[in-house]
Design a protein around this ligand. Structure first.
Ligand SMILES: Nc1nc2c(c(=O)[nH]1)N[C@H]1C(S)=C(S)[C@@H](COP(=O)(O)OP(=O)(O)OC[C@H]3O[C@@H](n4cnc5c(N)ncnc54)[C@H](O)[C@@H]3O)O[C@H]1N2
Ligand code: MOO
Length: 395
């Protein structure tokens, strides 16, 4: 059987980072910068007030209480400013440019709030409540490096340095198709032998959580021809495709039957539990990667975490490796088949213990939903005693 590491290595050797595009700011959330972003101007661009109050010369208020004439009123965005001469004050709002001559701002709370003249009750030190030009960013300074994922705060600094567009690797578009004649859309009624399709929801959500755009293309039955048609429809708008089901040893395995003859998708057994049957390859002229995951719900989810997520990271221009593990202590005994790496579901507590879930079957959706970690049991270990140290992947 192929090892988990060898399967991931083959996937990572096949998928490539998506080509960068010029993206409008509205489209940039979750994309990966493909250029350094620098500021054309200092930020703030000018000295300005940090508070609503009065711009003064600090030396004029050193002997507070003092009363000064108010010679002007400046709001944020004011263009024409009168200089503050000795013994003068200007009423000023937060973000308004500091008038020439002023070197401190007295907050309105320290005054009587006058508009013609103002009584100042407390001295303000030189530079009090003044935000200096360039104290956030110098002109020409790089504020974000290529390879940074754009989140809300990163979007803020890009807009804050005046950029309308950025060069970035887009979020991969991933189409999710589930297969199986037994599947019914949630909300519909079950006939005998049917179940509701849960995998396409889990996988599409996992795609989105991995920073990509997931499109749920519904489910197809067990007909390989219909699956090929569906793939054909979606291939034009997909950077990757995920299917679930139809890859093992049964009489009706539409994914295997449809894709194996193409010669570009391999179906193999990977030495893991759950998730043993795996298909991976490329489709069409554009060599779109396709992940044919096993149908058991826990198997498809674990396969996503181990193989698809790192591949999506690489497509996004990020380092794409195995999920990080941390060391915990198992609260109960563990069993694992010989020669396969197990990913058991568990609940990791703050004290560093992990309680194995009671239902470890590949079909046990509820145990997966209650878990927050996968406990990794290496290939050469078949039993682990309670209290032993184990590696876990946080979910
Ligand atoms: N003789 C053998 N049988 C099986 C083997 C094997 O090696 N020899 N492998 C088993 C393992 S391990 C797995 S995992 C499954 C994988 O099967 P398939 O990928 O072909 O998936 P299906 O047969 O279509 O479905 C398996 C199971 O999962 C349920 N399912 C499928 N799709 C969904 C969905 N979208 N939402 C919810 N549940 C789904 C389906 O009803 C089946 O119960 O094969 C084993 N068998
Ligand atoms: O390997 Mo299958 O994924 O256990 O149920």
């Amino acid at each position: 059987m192929k090892s988990v590491d060898a399967h991931l290595a083959e996937i990572l050797a096949t998928v490539r980072p998506l080509a960068p595009l010029e993206l409008e700011l509205e489209q940039a959330l979750g994309t990966t910068l493909a250029e350094d972003i620098s500021s054309p101007v200092p930020l703030p661009p000018f000295d300005n007030s940090a508070m609503d109050g009065y711009a003064v010369r600090a030396e004029d208020v050193a002997g507070a209480p003092v009363t000064l004439p108010v010679i002007d009123d400046v709001a944020a965005g004011s263009l024409e400013l009168r200089a503050v001469g000795p013994g003068h004050s200007v009423r000023i709002m937060t973000g308004a440019p500091l008038p020439a001559g002023a070197d401190a701002v007295v907050p309105v709370e320290w005054t009587d709030g006058g508009t013609v003249s103002v009584r100042i009750d407390r001295a303000a030190e030189l530079g009090n409540a003044v935000r200096r030009a360039g104290e956030d960013v110098q002109a020409g300074e790089v504020v974000l490096k290529a390879g940074t994922v754009i989140g809300p705060a990163q979007l803020g600094i890009i807009a804050g340095v005046g950029r309308r567009r950025v060069r970035a690797r887009p979020r991969p578009r991933v189409v999710v198709i589930s297969t199986g004649a037994e599947l019914v859309e949630p909300g519909g009624t079950l006939a005998p032998g049917q179940i509701w399709d849960s995998n396409s929801y889990t996988l599409t959500a996992a795609v989105r959580q991995a920073g990509a755009d997931g499109f749920r293309a519904g489910s197809v039955g067990d007909d390989p021809g219909i699956l090929l048609d569906r793939l054909d429809t979606h291939l034009v708008r997909a950077d990757a495709i995920i299917t679930s089901g139809g890859v093992s040893m049964g009489a009706y395995e539409p994914v295997k039957e449809a894709l194996a003859p193409l010669g570009t998708v391999r179906f193999e057994k990977v030495a893991m539990q759950p998730g043993m049957p795996q298909g991976f390859g490329v489709l069409g002229e554009d060599q779109v990667p396709i992940f044919a995951l096993p149908g058991n719900p826990v198997s498809s989810f674990v396969s996503f975490m181990l193989f698809v997520r790192p591949a999506l990271d690489k497509m996004r221009g990020l380092p794409g490796g195995m999920p990080r593990t941390l060391t915990a202590r198992t609260a109960g005994p563990l069993r694992s088949p010989s020669g396969r790496r197990s990913y058991l579901r568990g609940v990791l507590a703050d004290d560093g213990t992990v309680a194995p879930a009671h239902g470890q079957g590949s079909h046990q959706l509820a145990a997966l939903a209650a878990a927050n970690a996968l406990i990794v049991v290496p290939e050469d270990v078949t039993e682990v005693e309670a209290g032993s140290s184990v590696e876990v992947i946080r979910l």
